[in-house]
Design a protein around this ligand. Structure first.
Ligand code: HEC
Length: 117
């Protein structure tokens, strides 16, 4: 097969897939809701999540309390990926709150809050 025919048919396939994708994206009410796009991390929202879910163990300002270790200066000891993973997949006795109690957006926000403590 000549090379340009291969290229043209490949492009047509891509165009067909794109058309199909945009059709499902504009589906009307009753369509299954898939992923909600995340907003960029917000320290302000993260502060509220922290106060509600984390402060009892880690202290209101991340200074540490009876159960949880201090989180101040966390980024001097840990990578951002470690912090997110420690929250999403915690070691006991820290409870696993994602995804049942905290959304991906909450995770992003509370991580941003912890990272600036
Ligand atoms: C029931 C008490 C408790 C709650 C609630 C809790 N944590 Fe923890 N957290 C802990 C304990 C205990 C550890 C230490 C676990 C271990 O031994 O590795 C920990 C560890 C962490 C770490 C890793 C610290 C490090 O450098 O090793 C982070 C980050 C963290 N918690 C953030 C949070 C955030 C954010 C929340 C709220 C969404 C939260 N925690 C809620 C008890 C708690």
């Amino acid at each position: 097969m000549p090379r340009f025919v291969v290229v043209v048919s490949a492009l047509l396939t891509v165009a067909a897939l794109c058309a199909c994708g945009s059709h499902t994206a504009t589906a009307g009410p009753g369509a299954a809701v898939t992923a909600t796009p995340l907003e960029s991390a917000s320290v302000g929202r993260g502060r509220a999540v922290f106060a509600a879910r984390c402060a009892t163990c880690h202290g209101a300002a991340g200074e540490g309390a009876q159960i949880g270790p201090p989180l101040r200066g966390e980024l001097r000891r840990r990578t951002p990926a470690f912090v997110t993973d420690a929250i999403a997949n915690p070691s006991p006795p820290m409870p696993k709150l994602v995804p049942a109690q905290l959304s991906q957006q909450d995770l992003l926000d509370v991580t941003a809050f912890v990272e600036q403590l």
